[in-house]
Design a protein. Structure first.
Length: 1011
C-alpha cells in the first residue's frame, strides 16, 4: 500500500481523519508532531498499524494482509495466506444480454469471435469481456496480470487457452476458462469446495489436479504448473496439449501452448510474438493459429497490446478499434472484412458498457442506472485456520433502464445471488391489444430459477436437486398459485397446467427418466443399471473408462412408455398404459465412443463404419506452415503424369496458365508423387497477381523459394522464377555463358549492378535436387542454396564478396509472375514446391531446407476414425469417400451411385456442391460470398442465379435473379421489414407492401398493392 501523506490538522477544519468538527490541542515536540502552532499541528507521513515502511510503500507485517479498502492491515494468517473467490468473473451463461451483446446488469461488453477453426469438436473462439477490467481493478491487478496464461493480452481470451492458478499453500484454486470467466474453489480441510452454483468438482491427483465439469460433461487434467495437459468429454473426444520447453521458434519462452491434438490426429498450433519491452514468460501474444489443413489466421495487436486485427485464411481482415483515450482498453467498434464500420460500443467514465449499435445506428440498445453496478471485495479471517478469504463480487445496480432501437424503454429489477446480479423482472410497454405489463422471476440461494411470471400472467415453477439440475417443472399456472403447493410429487395440479419431472445420471447432467403428460422416456447409459434388463449394468461400448475412472456415459437404450397421467401430476410414478406397447431404441459403440449400430423401435438397424487408417494426410502435422496466410502462391506440382492442370495450393488459389510443353511429371519429384517439368524451349507457367496475396512487395519483406532439378547444362539462361515489374524483372536464374552459367539473384535488373552471382554454376548443380531461396528483410537481401547462406559477388563475379546487400527496390505494379520463362530463358528440367511469401522473410541465416512446403489445404483423403459408410436397414449404403484436412466431407456416394463433391472456401464456407449421377454429367450449385462471409450469390444447376445484397449492418436488403427480377426490403431500426417492393425484369413495380409494427415488434398493420 502507499505511504500515507502528511496531514495538517487545523482547528475547526476537519480533514480526512476527523469525522466531526472538534478542537485540537497540539502537544509539544517529541510527541510525534512534525510542527505545531496556535491553530494547527502536522502529523508526519507514516504507515498504518501492523505494517512497516519499505522504501516508499508500506508492507503488512507477517500474519497480516492489506484490507479491502487498501488503507490498512488486517489479520491474514501466518505469512498472509489468502484465498480468493472470484464471483465477479464466475462462469455463467448470460442471464440478460442485449443485441451485439452488452450485459446491462454488470455493465459489460462481450465480443465473441468464432474463428471457424476447431479441434476435437471444440471451436476456437476469441472473446473480449470488459467485465474482467472491473474485476481486475477491484483485485488490485490489471487485466494482463489477472492470472490468465499468455494468449491475446488483457481483455481478449482464447477459448482453448485455459489454465489453473493455485493459491498460497494450495488453499485456493482458480480455473481460468478462456472466455473471461473463472471458477473458484477453496480447501475445506477434506477437499475442495465451491459456491453452490458451481456444477463441478476439483481435486488433487497424481502429478497435478483434475476439474470435472458436470454441466458441460468434460474432464480437465492440469499439471503442477497449472497447465492444462489433457481434456476429455463424455462423447469420447479427447485433446492433448503441448507447451514450449524453451524460447525458440514460435514461442518467446517455455510454457506457451503450442499445439492441441485430438484423438483423430487433427490439431491446432499456435505461434507467438513478444512485444518490444515485454517479459518473455508472461507477455507473449498469439501471432498466428494454424489447423491441420494448413489454414492460418494471423493475429495483430496495437501499441497498447489490444487485439487489433485478425487476418483470415482468405487474407481478408477484421479490425477492432479502441477509440476512447480515457479507456484505452475499451473496445469501441468493429470494422468488418469489407473495411466498413459494422458496430460501435460506448462506455461511461468508469468503463461500464452503456450502448451497442450497428452501422447507421440500427439495433441500438442503451442502458442507464440510478446506481450502477460495481465490483467489491470483502474479506473474512478464520482464526482457526489462519486463512483470510477475499470474495470479489458484484454490487447489484438499481434503477436499471434499457432503451431499445424503437425508442421503447424497459425497466429491470434484479437480485444479487452469490455475488452476481440476476434479473428478477422486466417492464413491457403497451402493444396492439395489450396493456403495459411486467414479468417476474425468483431464484434460490444457488442461483437456480425457481419461478417465472410471464407478461401474459402465466406462472411456471421449478425445483432442483443438489447438483442444480431441474427435477420438477410445472407450467401454465395462475400467478396466485404458490409453487410449494404444486411441486411435490403428490400435488394436485390446477386445470390447464402441466408437470414435467426428471431424474438424472449419478455423475453427469444427463437425464435418466423424464415424465411429462401421457409419456415417460427412460434412457439407459453404459455403466448404469438397466431397469428393463433386471438392473444388469448396461454394456454397449468397449471404450475405456474416463480419466475420473467413470464409464463413458453413451446411450445404450432409450424407452418411451405411454402413461395414463394426463397432466403429468403423477410424475415419475405415473401409471404405464399397458395397452400401448413401449418404443425402444438401442445403440452400440466402438472403443472411441463412435456409434456402430442404432436400432429403432421397429427393430430396423442402421450400421456405421469408420476408416481404420489414414490416407493421404501423412504429412499434415509435420508441415504446418505458420505463415500460410501470407503465401502468395504455392505450387506443389502434384497431379497425374503429363497433366497440364497445375494447381495453386495457397489460401486464395490463383489460376495457373500453362505455356508450351510445361506439365506434371512423375519421373522426378522432391516431395509428393510428382513435380513440374519444362523442356527448355518456351515452356513456362504464368501466375496472375490475384486473387489473394499479390506480388506487390513494395520495399517490404519477402521470400521466394523452390526446389529445382537441372536436367542438363547449357550456354543459355535457365530461369527458375521471374517476376516482371515496372520496366525490370525480379529473378532467380542461371546466367548464360557470358555470366559463366552462375546462379544469380536480382530484385531488379535494369542495370547489372543489383545482380548478384554465386560461385555455383549449371555444371556444378546439374542432375540433382537443390533448394534455392531469395529473401529480403529490413532492406537487406540474402540468397540461399540448400539452406546455406550464400556468399555472392557482383554480376560478373569480380566484386567484393557479400552475404547480404542493401535492397530498397519498391516492387509494385506486378501483374504476374512466371515459373521458368519465355524465349531463351526457359528452364530445362524439373521444379517442385514453389512458394512465394509476401511480408515474411522466412530465412535470415543458414537453415535446414523444408522437405515439403507445408500442408496442402486442398488435399483430400481421410484420417483414422472418419466416418466411412452408413448402411440402413434395407441395405442401402451411403459412402463418405473423401474428407479435407479439417474433417469436412469432400465427397460422398449415395445408395443410387450419385457422387456428390463438395468444395469449401478458405474460410470454410461451402463453395460448390456437384451431384454426378452414374453415367451422367455434374449438376453443380455454386455459392459466392462477400468479404464478411455473407452469401452474395447462388448459381443453380438449371442456370438460375440469385444475388443477395446487404446493408452496412449485415442485414439482407435485396434479392435478384438472372432475369432482373428483384425484391427490395426496407428495414426499421429493430430489423423489421417495414417495406417490401417486388419488381420485374423491366424494373416495373409489381407489388408494394408496407408493414406497421407495435411497440412489441408485432405486426399491427399490412398494406399491400400489386399490379
Amino acid at each position: 500500500m502507499l505511504l500515507k501523506d502528511s496531514v495538517n490538522w487545523e482547528v475547526l477544519v476537519p480533514q480526512p481523519y476527523i469525522t466531526v468538527p472538534q478542537w485540537i490541542i497540539c502537544g509539544v515536540s517529541g510527541q510525534g508532531l512534525a510542527a505545531y502552532g496556535s491553530a494547527y499541528c502536522t502529523i508526519p507521513a507514516g504507515c498504518p498499524i501492523n505494517s512497516t515502511l519499505s522504501g516508499s510503500t508500506c508492507t503488512c507485517n507477517a500474519g497480516y494482509i492489506e484490507n479491502s479498502a487498501k488503507n490498512g492491515c488486517s489479520p491474514g494468517g501466518v505469512g498472509g495466506t489468502t484465498v480468493d473467490i472470484l464471483r465477479a468473473t464466475k462462469a455463467s451463461s448470460c442471464p440478460w444480454c442485449e443485441a451485439n451483446p452488452i450485459y446491462p446488469l454488470i455493465g459489460a461488453k462481450v465480443e465473441p469471435v468464432v474463428t471457424g477453426m476447431s479441434v476435437g469438436g471444440q471451436p476456437l473462439v476469441f472473446t473480449y469481456d470488459s467485465a474482467k477490467q472491473a474485476a481486475a481493478i477491484a483485485a488490485g491487478k490489471t487485466a494482463k496480470t489477472f492470472g490468465n496464461m499468455p494468449a491475446l493480452g488483457g481483455l481478449w481470451e482464447s477459448s482453448l487457452h485455459r489454465n489453473l492458478v493455485m493459491g498460497t499453500g494450495a488453499f485456493g484454486a482458480t480455473l481460468f476458462r478462456g472466455n473471461g470467466h473463472t471458477v473458484s474453489f477453496r480447501y475445506s480441510g477434506t477437499g475442495y469446495i465451491a459456491d453452490a452454483d458451481v456444477n463441478g468438482t476439483f481435486a488433487a491427483v497424481s502429478g497435478g489436479y483434475r476439474y470435472v465439469d458436470a454441466k458441460s460433461r468434460t474432464i480437465e487434467t492440469y499439471n503442477m504448473a497449472g497447465q492444462l495437459i489433457s481434456w476429455a468429454d463424455t462423447a469420447g473426444n479427447t485433446l492433448g496439449f503441448s507447451y514450449s520447453s524453451a524460447a525458440g521458434a514460435g514461442a518467446p519462452e517455455a510454457g506457451y501452448l503450442q499445439k492441441i491434438t485430438d484423438n483423430n490426429g487433427r490439431f491446432l498450433s499456435f505461434a507467438y510474438t513478444l512485444p518490444a519491452g515485454g517479459v518473455a514468460a508472461t507477455d507473449g501474444k498469439i501471432s498466428s493459429v494454424s489447423d491441420s489443413s494448413g489454414r492460418t489466421i494471423a493475429v495483430g495487436f496495437d501499441t497498447s497490446g489490444n487485439l487489433k486485427q485478425l487476418t483470415w485464411p482468405d487474407t481478408k481482415v477484421r479490425q477492432f478499434v479502441y477509440e476512447n483515450a480515457s479507456l484505452p482498453w475499451a473496445l469501441t467498434g468493429v470494422i468488418d472484412e469489407r473495411n466498413i464500420r459494422y458496430s460501435t460500443f460506448a462506455y461511461d467514465a468508469a468503463g461500464r458498457a452503456l450502448s451497442t449499435e450497428h452501422a447507421g445506428g440500427v439495433d441500438k440498445h442503451s442502458v442507464s442506472y440510478t446506481a450502477p453496478p460495481q465490483v467489491t471485495m470483502t474479506q473474512t479471517y478464520d482464526s482457526v485456520t489462519q486463512i483470510t478469504t477475499r470474495t470479489h463480487e458484484w454490487q447489484a445496480p438499481s434503477g436499471v433502464q434499457l432503451t431499445r432501437p424503437n425508442g421503447e424503454t424497459t425497466s429491470a429489477n434484479n437480485s444479487n445471488v452469490l455475488g452476481y446480479p440476476l434479473p428478477t423482472g422486466f417492464s413491457q410497454p403497451a402493444g396492439s391489444g395489450s396493456g403495459a405489463s411486467n414479468n417476474a422471476s425468483t431464484f434460490d440461494a444457488s442461483g437456480n430459477l425457481t419461478s417465472t411470471d410471464d407478461f401474459s400472467g402465466q406462472r411456471s415453477c421449478y425445483a432442483y436437486d443438489a447438483s442444480n439440475r431441474e427435477t420438477v417443472r410445472v407450467e401454465g399456472l395462475a400467478t396466485t398459485v404458490s409453487c410449494p403447493g404444486v411441486l411435490p410429487g403428490a400435488s394436485i395440479l390446477p386445470a390447464g397446467s402441466r408437470k414435467t419431472e426428471t431424474s438424472w445420471h449419478a455423475d453427469w447432467r444427463l437425464p435418466v427418466k423424464v415424465s411429462q403428460p401421457l409419456l415417460i422416456t427412460s434412457t439407459v447409459y453404459h455403466g448404469q443399471p438397466d431397469p428393463f434388463n433386471s438392473n444388469i449394468v448396461a454394456n454397449c461400448t468397449t471404450a475405456a473408462i474416463l480419466p475420473n475412472a467413470k464409464a463413458l456415459p453413451v446411450v445404450c437404450k432409450q424407452v418411451a412408455q405411454v402413461t395414463t397421467d394426463a397432466d403429468g401430476a403423477q410424475g415419475l410414478a405415473a401409471t404405464i398404459d399397458t395397452n400401448v406397447p413401449s418404443r425402444t431404441s438401442s445403440f452400440t459403440y466402438d472403443a472411441m465412443g463412435r456409434v456402430l449400430t442404432s436400432t429403432d423401435p421397429l427393430n430396423r438397424v442402421t450400421t456405421r463404419t469408420y476408416y481404420p487408417t489414414a490416407s493421404n494426410f501423412s504429412d499434415s502435422e509435420a508441415n504446418a506452415d505458420p505463415y500460410f496466410s501470407s503465401v502468395s502462391v504455392l505450387l506443389r506440382g502434384e497431379g497425374a503424369n503429363n497433366s497440364t492442370a497445375i494447381v495453386d495450393s495457397a489460401s486464395a488459389p490463383k489460376t495457373i496458365a500453362v505455356v508450351g510443353a510445361a506439365k506434371i511429371s512423375t519421373a522426378q519429384k522432391k516431395s509428393g508423387g510428382s513435380s513440374m517439368t519444362f523442356g527448355g524451349s518456351g515452356d513456362y507457367l504464368t501466375v496472375p497477381a490475384s486473387p489473394g496475396n499479390n506480388f506487390n512487395f513494395g520495399t517490404g519483406d519477402f521470400t521466394v523459394e523452390a526446389w529445382f532439378y537441372l536436367a542438363s547444362e547449357g550456354s543459355s539462361y535457365r530461369s527458375i522464377f521471374v517476376m516482371p515489374w515496372g520496366s525490370t524483372n525480379m529473378s532467380i536464374r542461371f546466367g548464360d555463358g557470358g555470366f559463366g552459367g552462375r546462379l544469380q539473384f536480382a530484385s531488379e535488373a535494369t542495370a547489372f549492378a543489383p545482380l548478384y552471382s554465386s560461385e555455383h554454376t549449371q555444371a556444378s548443380l546439374v542432375g540433382a535436387w537443390h533448394h534455392v531461396a531469395f529473401t529480403r528483410t529490413g532492406g537487406l537481401a540474402r540468397a540461399f542454396l540448400d539452406g546455406n547462406l550464400l556468399t555472392l559477388r557482383n554480376n560478373n563475379f569480380s566484386g567484393s564478396p557479400v552475404t547480404s546487400w542493401a535492397d530498397a527496390s519498391n516492387i509494385t505494379s506486378v501483374a504476374q509472375a512466371h515459373v521458368s520463362y519465355a524465349g531463351g530463358q526457359t528452364w530445362h528440367g524439373y521444379i517442385d514446391d514453389v512458394r512465394v511469401t509476401k511480408g515474411v522473410a522466412r530465412y535470415t541465416a543458414s537453415f535446414t531446407p523444408p522437405t515439403a512446403p507445408g500442408s496442402d489445404p486442398n488435399a483430400i483423403g481421410h484420417l483414422a476414425g472418419d466416418l466411412q459408410s452408413i448402411t440402413n436397414a434395407s441395405g442401402h449404403v451411403t459412402q463418405f469417400t473423401l474428407y479435407d484436412r479439417a474433417g469436412r466431407v469432400r465427397q460422398m456416394t449415395d445408395p443410387n451411385g450419385v457422387v456428390t463433391n463438395i468444395t469449401y472456401t478458405p474460410r470454410g464456407w461451402v463453395s460448390s456442391v456437384a451431384a454426378i449421377p452414374p453415367g451422367g454429367t455434374a449438376r453443380t450449385t455454386t455459392y459466392t460470398y462477400d468479404n464478411a462471409g455473407q452469401l452474395t450469390g447462388a448459381s443453380l444447376p438449371d442456370g438460375t442465379t440469385l444475388g443477395y445484397s446487404y446493408d452496412a449492418a449485415h442485414r439482407l436488403t435485396s434479392v435478384t435473379d438472372a432475369k432482373g427480377n428483384s425484391v427490395t426490403y426496407t428495414l426499421d431500426n429493430m430489423g423489421n421489414k417495414v417495406g417490401e417492393q417486388v419488381k420485374d425484369a423491366s424494373n416495373t413495380l409489381q407489388r408494394n407492401i408496407t408493414r406497421v409494427y407495435d411497440a412489441l415488434n408485432r405486426v399491427q398493420q399490412v398494406t399491400g398493392a400489386s399490379n
